[in-house]
Design a protein. Structure first.
Length: 281
């Protein structure tokens, strides 16, 4: 690959080096979590995690496993930095968001460590562009303390089922109410918009349902304004895992298959909007 030689000599050694034959694999995933301008990047030997947060109520994580990259080297136990995600996406698509058929933008990404910029070497059709993006001090990330041992209910749904739901439900509603239960209605999505209440039910034996593990009836509401950013990941995904823990916190984990058939994940955590009394139900 031409970019294997495109790294300046001298200075500190790189603590992170990653190469991709097709930068679009990375840019499409990052676009799925781009609802705030800044993101925190966290690299280990297992791969790269990019985290975006808003209002201390929602957190999105894009996971890009090391195997997705043609080269992925981390010289320290972990490497962490904050970056302007909008600028990073602009650089990754500097040759245009959609390349000509049969062409792709090769990427080599290098980072020397704290205080240094993130270096991007992008090559398409023999043209190489070098981008230097300033990095920032990483901020403390929210710990949603979403532990698998505290998960009360979990379903895995084909993404088309959830895409249809978002298309049919009344998005003038401020909240999306999610009911998960071992008994009917099993899995219900409800909105309360200008046109009144709307409910969408999925039986546990629905063709769209891939797994159904519900231990107790839970009904929680989540602000639609917080959930809307996750529809970017939903549009790219083939399956979605929907989990709630004993506090009513929501985890949406989207399984995304790229053009080469490789699997990546984007996960959203969202806190419940309010407690619901029995009278409201």
């Amino acid at each position: 690959m031409p970019l294997s030689t495109q790294s300046p000599s001298g200075g500190e050694p790189y603590v992170l080096t990653a190469s991709l034959d097709n930068a679009r694999h990375l840019s499409s995933l990052l676009r799925a979590v781009h609802f705030q301008d800044h993101a925190t990047c966290f690299a280990t030997a297992n791969g790269l995690r990019v985290t975006v947060e808003d209002a201390k109520c929602i957190q999105a994580n894009a996971f890009i496993q090391a195997e997705i990259f043609q080269e992925f080297t981390v010289q320290e136990e972990s490497v962490m930095f904050r970056i302007n995600l909008a600028v990073l996406l602009d650089c990754l698509t500097i040759f245009g968001a959609s390349s000509l058929p049969g062409t792709s933008t090769a990427l080599r990404m290098c980072y020397r460590g704290y205080g240094y910029p993130l270096m991007l070497f992008l090559e398409e059709g023999g043209v190489v562009t070098v981008c230097r993006i300033n990095t920032q001090e990483p901020e403390d990330l929210l710990d949603f303390d979403f532990c698998s041992t505290n998960v009360v209910n979990k379903i895995i749904l084909q993404s088309e089922g959830l895409r249809e739901a978002f298309a049919e439900l009344d998005m003038t509603s401020e909240v999306l109410q999610i009911t998960m239960s071992p008994d009917k209605p099993y899995f219900r999505l409800s909105t309360f918009g200008n046109a009144g209440s709307a409910h969408l039910d999925y039986p546990k034996d629905s063709d769209l349902m891939e797994a159904f593990h519900c231990n107790q009836t839970q009904t929680n509401r989540y602000k639609i304004s917080l959930l809307k950013p996750s529809t970017k990941a939903l549009a790219l995904s083939c399956k979605v895992s929907i989990r709630t823990d004993d506090r009513g916190f929501l985890s949406l984990q989207y399984m995304i298959r790229n053009e080469d058939g490789q699997i990546c994940f984007v996960e959203y955590y969202c806190c419940p909007d309010e407690d619901i009394t029995e009278a409201e139900l």
